[in-house]
Design a protein around this ligand. Structure first.
Ligand code: COA
Length: 433
């Protein structure tokens, strides 16, 4: 570390208490996705929330339930969900947490066009390098855009945060200050994979060619697909989330990134969610670049990968292929995230394939997730015009280029057998048969 940056570093080091002194009433604080959230700063904000008025914290996928998630103090500090997670979902259900609909790829432009006004950024960061740069590798997402617009940028510098390549660096001259912490970065384990997820994984893996470039979404089924790709060759990665599944594919040699037609030899992502092993792997690894989400999820850029394969989960699909992946009726459950960005990217990619995956039923086989019409008020995530492959444990329905009637027939064919009769009856009433 050069002397000059070392001197500035010592000057900008502060306590969490001092950092809170930089927040003003009415401020909008932008926090990165998932494990990029800075626990020391958010704990201090929670503890001192009574002294603020009208402060909003905007974030995708909060992971810890900080004390500011409190219906009694929403006039002091409130959360705005860019995407609900376990910590924010109860507030959404009870109505004291609002949400902001958006494609993940467009969040940086919402910020730079001032449709979301960011005053303050709180983010985890790696230690500073000798040139005065920190890496915000865990959640690069919309945070680089937020940093470019904010009045105050405060880092939580932690030696366990990897320093990565890509466009994910913040210079010490850009920040108002930082606090230090050294707890391990939060680990998020792989979900439970059962026979249903495995069966879906098999249908998908069967039609993934060697040399494909992958985007792997969030949830148990995308992870189940990954586990079954270990026998493939020369796969590449262009994704939004890097997790342990991808690490396993690298370790077994299935991912080489060599056949990628865009950024060959490199894999790109915008946020990380996984184990300490993953975070260590990311550190100064020339194979990986972390970039803002308007780069990773730009459908036109991602589509420059031939054979782009995207795998994302949904909650409910209707008979013409509209997918609700984020709500139960009008009640938000998660968010749009990058699903549509990557479905559209796969549609544009030469020989690309987008897979929307779901178990055929929910609630112990009592509810079909393939339905004549989405539940009233459901939030449509992937539209009928974008959707291509829909996959359940009963098979695979290919929808692009197919008429409404052909789609209904194909989707009924992959519904649970117990529901096919009533779905056929409903399709007749809807003139879809
Ligand atoms: N009716 C009633 N309950 C339903 C249901 C339905 N139609 N569909 C699902 N459920 C229940 C499930 O039974 C499960 O309940 P449980 O937690 O009690 O077991 C719960 O809802 C979650 O469903 P599951 O299929 O296990 O979800 P998941 O954890 O695999 O996540 C999404 C799936 C769709 C919510 C998640 O992938 C998502 O938010 N996607 C949108 C964003 C996206 O794809 N981004 C791109 C990649 S990061």
């Amino acid at each position: 570390m050069s002397d000059i940056y070392q001197r500035i570093y010592q000057r900008k080091k502060m306590t969490a208490e001092d950092a809170m002194g930089l927040v003003e009433d009415g401020d909008f604080i932008s926090v990165p996705t998932g494990v990029g959230e800075p626990p020391t700063l958010l704990t201090a904000l929670s503890e001192q929330r009574q002294r603020f008025h009208g402060v909003t914290v905007g974030q995708i996928l909060p992971l810890r339930k900080y004390a500011y998630f409190d219906p009694e103090t929403v006039d002091n500090v409130r959360h705005l969900a860019f995407f609900f997670g376990g910590a924010s979902r109860p507030g959404g259900k009870e109505g004291w947490i609002d949400f902001l609909p958006s494609y993940f790829s467009e969040m940086p432009s919402l910020i730079t066009n001032r449709q979301i006004r960011v005053d303050v950024v709180f983010t985890m960061a790696s230690p500073m390098d000798e040139h005065g740069y920190f890496s915000i590798s865990l959640g690069t997402d919309y945070t680089m855009a937020a940093i470019s617009m904010a009045r105050v940028v405060i880092l939580e510098v932690n030696p366990n945060v990897p320093f990565t390549n890509g466009n994910c660096h913040v210079h010490i001259s850009q920040i108002a200050g930082f606090v230090e912490s050294d707890d391990p970065v939060l680990e998020v384990g792989l979900p439970q994979i059962g026979p249903v997820q495995e069966a879906i994984g098999e249908y998908v893996t069967d039609i993934i060619d060697d040399g494909s470039t992958l985007q792997i979404g969030y949830g148990a089924i995308p992870d189940a697909v990954v586990m079954q790709l270990v026998h493939k060759h020369d796969l590449g990665i262009h994704t939004e989330m890097i997790g342990d599944g991808i690490l396993k594919l690298l370790e077994c040699g299935a991912v080489t990134n060599r056949k990628k037609t865009y950024l060959p030899g490199k894999m790109v992502a915008t946020f990380a969610l996984g184990s300490q092993q993953l975070y260590r792997f990311m550190n100064r690894n020339p194979m990986l670049e972390m970039h803002p989400v308007d780069y990773t999820n730009d459908p036109f850029l991602a589509a420059r990968n031939d054979k782009l394969v995207t795998i994302n989960a949904t909650l409910q699909v209707d008979l013409i292929g509209q997918c609700c992946s984020e709500s139960f009726g009008p009640q938000s459950y998660s968010g749009t995230g990058g699903q549509v960005d990557f479905v559209r990217a796969a549609n544009r990619s030469r020989d690309g394939k987008s897979f929307i995956v779901l178990p055929a039923t929910a609630k112990g086989d009592t509810i079909s997730r393939i339905v004549p019409a989405l539940t009233a008020g459901a939030h449509v995530t992937t539209s009928k015009n974008d959707v291509n492959y829909v996959v359940t444990e009963y098979g695979l329905a290919q929808l692009r280029g197919k008429s409404a009637k052909q789609r209904a027939q194909a989707l009924i064919g992959i519904a649970h057998p117990d529901f096919r009769g009533e779905l056929t009856e409903a399709a007749r009433k809807l003139k879809l048969m």
